[in-house]
Design a protein around this ligand. Sequence first.
Ligand code: NAD
Length: 245
Amino acid sequence: MLTNKTAIVTGGTRGIGLAIVKKYLEQGANVAVAGSRQETVEKALAELAEYSHRVMGIWPDLCNPESVAQAFHSVKERFGSLDILANNAGISSRTSLYDYTLEEFSKILDINLKAVFVCSQAAARIMKAQGGGVIINTSSMVSKYGQPSGCGYPTTKFAVNGLTLSLARELAKDNIRVNAVAPGVTNTDMVAALPKEMVERISAGIPLGRVGEPLDIANAYLFLASDLSSYVTGVVLNVDGAAMT
Ligand code: NAD
């Protein structure tokens, strides 16, 4: 479904991002794994050795426009185009408002929001020049109704939805589609670290009766990256088993 396409996946070294990387590679794309450090990117690339001719690593500072532009151009140089950007890197928070420092609030804004803006701008410049592309952002189910602690996290995800809808409208004329995926509780390192009973309790409250797997999210990322969604833009797609936790 993605043969001859080139994708960049931020936060592609583990969790949901690595599942997206694997899905895109399986479907024939060239993929650049973007991580925060060379060491973690190289570890992920070692896991993808069977695709070594179609995969590369980059580790730009996602909040630095020059660093991101340089890295994204290196991907275009290597593979010939940039067709898909998956803005997936993110951090979460559970800090109470009473303990939240401005530094912590600024950090989550930087990684979860500012980086999405910087990467979308760099990618859109390349995509516009080549005639089009697709940008997919990672939102969250908490972007619909907030969460009872860690207010910085839902704040950034509400903003990601706003950026998604706005860029969809602005970039449509350049044949660039912009959508988001809003995962529910998903079985990455964070969830794996929770006690089994807690995961069972969370699962019992989800209408589909289980937490999501990274593959559930990656499948939505495949749909939105492929031509199957050619008339879909400005959508925040819930992939959460109808959870409202
Ligand atoms: P994870 O912690 O396993 O992975 C996060 C990825 O982001 C890592 O690859 C990490 O290296 C990268 N990252 C973090 N800070 C970075 C930085 N400064 N620069 C570059 N990369 C950085 O988390 P995950 O669960 O796979 O989450 C991926 C995305 O999905 C995030 O945007 C998260 O908010 C979102 N999400 C996750 C869940 C869930 O339950 N796991 C639910 C809803 C949304």
